[in-house]
Design a protein around this ligand. Structure first.
Ligand SMILES: NC(=O)C1=CN([C@@H]2O[C@H](COP(=O)(O)OP(=O)(O)OC[C@H]3O[C@@H](n4cnc5c(N)ncnc54)[C@H](O)[C@@H]3O)[C@@H](O)[C@H]2O)C=CC1
Ligand SMILES: O=C(O)C(=O)COP(=O)(O)O
Length: 531
């Protein structure tokens, strides 16, 4: 597989991918057409904040399985477009949290004590001691906007340095805030009370320009630190507020446009200090995020759950082995059911009975849908299966029942149209052998894999012989056969596991016989998740 890495990541991550046998191409300067060309045959794309992963870029990458963000923020990735293309997007949400929090604390101090300004004066030979009178953080109030992972780490550190905490975050529980000793309040109240305001939300449509001229005015006399994302604070308004003395200072690590252009108004103001998006740039953080993303790329290649997938079902690694066999069973059941349906598909129901009902089954459901859509040749996988169903107006339901009448666990995929409905049931024998045990009401015992032929025929002597001899004529070896019937002389269904594809000629020959109602050939490639 080819992994294209377009922003610098730690060698530990690159090595992990290479050691697993993959081709790793680094292209840190790639832009425009060169970037589109490089991604054209990539199976994974690894980025940081420097690469815009747009819909157009994803369209240039037909083989792409995963975009790995070696860091937290994914505002540079069009996740909806990735989902539409069946591409997993995963980030590394933990590895750089402490680095970002420490940088925030450093920036708060640097701003409050004018460290960069004083340093620069001294480098110029000026001993400007009398010009710098700083502010202590002790006994001041820290306003935190976004009390998530980074915000909490900042809050803990600055609380330990004597600050009172007040936070604005509509999506965090009162209980969690209490544990941190933070009071939750509305944004206006946080702005009124804070001496230092620190931003830690992601950049989203909701947070874009969250802090504008009016908000900055409420913070009068205070300091602003932004180590989250440019675009959350209105930059011209911030430059003006610091310039005219409404604010004491600002410290910024992130900007609306990166790299920060030379003519940015932020660069002309002495009390605004800046760093070039360094929050995550420590060796420990970089090593951690690079290896985390490498592991997730490898998981995606191996069709295993991707732990920090943002647009695909993910699952606890310990539970995966218990669920994995059902992923293949459900896909097969979906594929068989839809091919036997004599109708336009309107609903899919996936029913879980027995032990499997206690597990996280999102991946299994996605896989059943993948099977349902497979014969349509659409590019459907566990990432976009739900979306494809929705787009097509196909209703998807799941049901769970702890008891199972005959099996330890049973997964039933039912596809329904206006007038027809077909259910296919699968289970694991002895906890390890996957079996399809019922097809459209007929009890069978078929191995879900390889190539299968499902014959529906009238139940009368000679039909099985006929099918056998036509298969023989076309050199098709039968590996297994499971026959079931409704009533004597009624309709029968036979599942054949075969070693070769059924040529159209054989199918037609069989269908020419009145006793054969239908012949469905299904080539199954077994468990294949993520693609
Ligand atoms: N400067 C740098 O190098 C780094 C920057 N970051 C930035 O920091 C951001 C936050 O990272 P984490 O704390 O790990 O994310 P997180 O998801 O753990 O926390 C974000 C918090 O913001 C809150 N939030 C969301 N919308 C909000 C709104 N409209 N108003 C108030 N609160 C809102 C959420 O409820 C959540 O608690 C990232 O999205 C990234 O953009 C992260 C790491 C390094
Ligand atoms: O992890 C994040 O969200 C960051 O902002 C870090 O960005 P970077 O990986 O240094 O480009």
């Amino acid at each position: 597989m080819k992994v294209l890495v377009t922003d610098p990541i730690a060698d530990a991550g690159l090595d992990r991918l290479r050691e697993a046998g993959h081709e790793v191409e680094t292209g840190y300067e790639l832009e425009g057409d060169a970037l589109h060309e490089a991604v054209a045959d990539a199976h994974a794309l690894v980025v940081r904040s420097g690469t815009e992963v747009t819909r157009e870029l994803l369209e240039s990458a037909p083989d792409l399985r995963i975009v790995g963000r070696a860091g937290i923020g994914v505002d540079n990735i069009d996740i909806d477009a990735a989902t539409d293309h069946g591409v997993i997007v995963a980030n590394a949400p933990e590895g750089n949290v402490r680095a970002a929090a420490e940088h925030t604390v450093a920036m708060a101090f640097a701003s409050a004590r004018s460290i960069p300004q004083a340093h620069s004066r001294l480098n110029n030979g000026e001993w400007a001691k009398s010009e710098y009178l700083g502010t202590e953080v002790n006994a001041k109030t820290l306003g935190v906007v976004g009390l998530g992972r980074v915000g909490q780490e900042v809050a803990k550190r600055l609380a330990a340095l004597g600050m009172d905490l007040v936070a604005y975050d509509p999506y965090i529980s009162e209980e969690r805030a209490d544990q941190l000793g933070a009071e939750l309040a509305e944004l206006d109240s946080v702005l009124d009370r804070a001496d230092f305001l620190t931003i830690h939300t992601p950049l989203t449509p909701e947070t874009e320009n969250l802090i504008g001229e009016e908000e900055l005015a409420k913070l009068e006399g205070g300091y602003v630190v932004n180590c989250a994302r440019g675009g959350i604070i209105d930059e011209p308004a911030l430059a003006a507020a610091v310039e005219d003395g409404t604010l004491a200072g600002a410290a910024l690590d992130v900007f609306g446009e990166e790299p920060l252009p030379d003519d940015s108004p932020l660069l002309d103001v002495d009390d605004i200090i800046v760093t070039p998006h360094l929050g995550a740039s420590t060796s420990a953080a970089q090593e951690h995020v690079a290896t985390s993303i490498a592991d997730q790329v490898l998981a995606a290649f191996a069709d295993e759950p991707v732990v920090n997938a943002l647009n695909a079902p993910s699952m606890d690694a310990a539970a995966f082995p218990r669920v994995e066999p059902y992923i293949g069973i459900a896909e097969t059941a979906g594929e068989i059911a839809v091919q036997l349906l004599d109708d336009r598909i309107e609903r899919v129901e996936i029913a879980y009975e027995g032990d499997i009902a206690d597990e996280e089954i999102d991946l299994v459901t996605a896989s059943a849908l993948k099977g349902v859509f497979k014969p349509s040749q659409m590019h459907v996988n566990s990432v976009n299966a739900q979306g494809v169903a929705e787009e097509r107006g196909i209703e998807v339901t799941e049901s769970k029942r702890r008891q199972s009448d005959d099996f330890q666990s049973l997964v039933t995929v039912t596809v329904e149209g206006e007038t027809d409905s077909v259910a296919v049931e699968g289970t694991l024998f002895n906890g390890e052998d996957p079996r399809i045990v019922r097809v459209d009401g007929y009890r069978v015992d078929a191995i879900p894999g390889g190539q299968m032929v499902i014959a529906r025929n009238t139940d009368e002597p000679g039909v099985i012989g006929l099918i056998g001899s036509v298969m023989g004529e076309y050199d098709i070896n039968i590996a297994g056969m499971y026959n079931a019937r409704e009533t004597i002389g009624g309709e029968a269904l036979t599942v054949y596991n075969v070693d070769h594809e059924i040529p159209e000629g054989a199918r037609e020959k069989l269908l020419d016989d009145d006793r054969i109602i239908d012949i469905t050939y299904i080539a199954l490639d077994g468990v294949e998740i993520g693609r």
